[in-house]
Design a protein around this ligand. Structure first.
Ligand SMILES: Cc1cc2nc3c(=O)[nH]c(=O)nc-3n(C[C@H](O)[C@H](O)[C@H](O)COP(=O)(O)OP(=O)(O)OC[C@H]3O[C@@H](n4cnc5c(N)ncnc54)[C@H](O)[C@@H]3O)c2cc1C
Length: 598
């Protein structure tokens, strides 16, 4: 059956496809359109964090004995730990969008968010997706109620980013009944109280494999709490395994396929991190505007100063844009999961397959979200002046707690490089016609630029995003052709290429979000949301120009370099705009709403 044009325009894009096709804004999911049930879940989470977590932040950070497990139990009473677990195992089997909302609304719970995320995410999901029926029946109902609490043990003292270099080993005993586990894991969230550990070890020192290990088993022990810069209330310890006998039925997934578990769980973890930091960013933006309104210097509220309004406006621009990008990819994953389910793929494989399809977007969003929250909390401290440096105000905790997000779930350097690598791999595997699209742009560069004036709603902005895509195709395409496999040795270039991919993704997402709102009847084209789009695009163009020029001059010479540098100018050219007035208008909306307004 052929699809109509309208149906086609609402279809999710495939992974990386946003780069090679100018899709209609209708493809972009509007977070504003969440269902009543999703809204109810979001409200429940918000209330729980405000009533049970926020008043206890100092006690949590002091690691008061039993408090974090008790809070996890309380969240379980509200059903929050059961959302992603299938109904047959005592969960609610909620869709991916709902799970992302739960993550966003727990995201401003500081250390609690990290403990909660580790339990419901990396601790529980490996069993949901890779467990046998027996493993699921044994562990999931108790993980759903938080009677059992979970942790994930991948990192070791000598292997972090290079996770597959793990030294922990598992050897089958003579009777063939147990694997004997020996090794040491590092930085394990929830290690202080977790009952179940997902552990990666090499069978016979070679085959990287997952295991479910229980805390009570002989030979399992934990180190002292790490003394950390932030998220001080989340338990982080080393975990030791000394001749631990793991029954063979607790091997998770397949022998030698532990990387499938580790990497697939990371895809989901990365986009969830992006949702979590959105919650934190909004909370920080709200704290910033409230303080700015209250604080008086030179006989006026500091919120009246342009320097402060610039910060408030820019926070809003970045958070709104990151949110558009995060939920756009969330809805793609949700749609792909449903498509796979309808095609007969099992429930377990469906979300994993969907997240794998958008692994590149998940890696980019992890970077986008974590850098957005760091910008916001840094300016939150600055707006507080000296009080930002005081533990009596919320800014210091927000600043410390956000920093970890650029490090775990794969550092931002690793995720940047991965996003380019994933794109080129998709192209080579024939999943994305990136190289023909790149050649198309090269041909276009030989001809005269079009003089056609863009028309229609946000015509100028759509034209700009279309040129950003051409920039990605021209520069990334050239780098891939010129360097081939040797491109992986040019890490600085890879990081700049990743910036081009990310800026383009966010630019199109924020434009599509606001375009759709106008189409839905919200008169936003000339209001603050229209300003947000124009500001984001204006600054993205400048950032992209710098990144692209640096990349080009590192990999091209002579005529090739000259042609590419001309292309960079052409594709990042923007109409001048008064960004000062626009950012002030965005800030005013924040001031008027007395918090992050969207
Ligand atoms: C508070 C906290 C909680 C954590 N929770 C968990 C958990 O629950 N479970 C778990 O398994 N792990 C956990 N981790 C570990 C975390 O995932 C790792 O710290 C992270 O993956 C980075 O590894 P590393 O610390 O060994 O840094 P390294 O890998 O040594 O990296 C150091 C620096 O080198 C860079 N680098 C590394 N390799 C390359 C490369 N190939 N090219 C260019 N640059 C490179 C990195 O980007 C980074 O800047 C946690 C860590 C912390 C701090």
């Amino acid at each position: 059956m052929s699809t109509t044009t309208a149906e086609k325009s609402t279809q999710a894009l495939r992974g990386g496809e946003y780069l090679i096709r100018d899709a209609a804004p209708a493809e972009c999911y509007l977070r504003e359109h969440r269902s009543e049930e999703q809204q109810m879940v979001a409200d429940t989470v918000r209330q729980f964090i405000e009533q049970d977590v926020h008043p206890n932040l100092d006690r949590i950070d002091a690691m008061e004995e039993g408090l974090m497990p008790a809070l996890l139990d309380k969240s379980a009473e509200l059903g929050l730990t059961a959302m992603a677990i299938p109904e047959e195992y005592g969960g609610f089997g909620k869709d991916f969008i709902t799970n992302m909302l739960v993550t966003e609304f727990t995201g401003h719970g500081h250390s609690f968010s990290v403990a909660f995320g580790a339990h419901v995410g990396i601790g529980t999901l490996p069993i949901v997706y890779f467990g046998t029926a027996e493993q699921k029946a044994k562990y999931l109902p108790k993980l759903a109620t938080a009677e059992l609490k979970a942790a994930y043990c991948l990192t070791e003292p000598g292997s972090g980013s290079d996770a597959l270099a793990a030294k922990t080993r598992a050897d089958l005993n003579e009777a063939g009944t147990h694997y004997v586990l020996n090794g040491q894991k590092m930085w394990i969230t929830n290690a202080g109280f977790a009952d179940v550990f997902i552990v990666f070890a090499k069978i016979g020192g070679e085959q990287f494999t997952g295991f479910i290990v229980e805390r009570g088993w002989k030979g399992v022990s934990v180190g002292a709490e790490e003394k950390k810069m932030g998220i001080k209330g989340s338990s982080t310890r080393q975990v030791f395994f000394e001749n631990v006998e793991v029954p063979v039925e607790n091997l998770l997934g397949e022998i030698g396929k532990g990387h499938k578990i580790a990497f697939n769980i990371l895809n989901v973890g990365r986009i969830k991190l992006a949702a979590g930091v959105l919650g934190g960013s909004k909370q920080a933006a709200t704290a910033a505007v409230r303080y700015a309104k209250e604080r008086k210097q030179f006989q006026q509220s500091i919120a009246a100063f342009g320097a402060i309004q610039h910060k408030l406006g820019e926070m809003t621009v970045r958070v709104y844009a990151a949110e558009a990008a995060t939920y756009r990819a969330t809805a793609w994953i949700d749609a792909e999961e449903k498509r796979l389910l309808a095609s007969g793929v099992g429930e377990n494989e469906a979300l994993l397959g969907a997240a794998e399809e958008y692994a590149m977007e998940c890696a980019m969003l992890k970077v986008i979200g974590s850098e957005c929250v760091d910008y916001v909390v840094d300016e939150l401290v600055q707006i507080h002046g000296g009080y930002g440096f005081s533990e009596e105000y919320p800014a210091a905790r927000a600043y410390r707690d956000s920093r970890i997000n650029r490090i775990f779930e794969g550092t931002n350097e690793i995720n940047r490089m991965l996003s380019v690598d994933m794109l080129l791999r998709r192209a080579l595997a024939g999943k994305l016609d990136f190289l023909s699209a790149a050649m198309g742009v090269q041909q276009e560069l030989m001809g005269m630029p079009s003089m056609e004036q863009p028309e229609g709603l946000f015509g100028v902005e759509h034209d700009a995003v279309s040129r950003f895509k051409k920039l990605c195709l021209a520069v990334v395409g050239f780098a891939a052709q010129k360097k081939g496999k040797a491109l992986s040795d040019e890490q600085e270039v890879l990081l700049w290429l990743a910036d081009l991919l990310m800026e383009t993704f966010v630019s199109e997402s924020v434009l599509h979000r606001v375009h759709r709102l106008v189409e839905a009847g919200e008169a936003v084209e000339t209001g603050p949301k229209g300003d947000i789009v124009r500001l984001y695009l204006q600054d993205a163009a400048q950032r992209m120009r710098t990144a692209a020029e640096r990349a080009v001059t590192a990999i091209a010479e002579g005529d090739e370099a000259r042609m590419l540098l001309m292309a960079v100018k052409r594709f990042t050219k923007m109409q001048p705009m008064d960004t000062v007035r626009a950012r002030r208008r965005v800030a005013e909306a924040l001031i008027e709403a007395d918090g992050y307004p969207y």
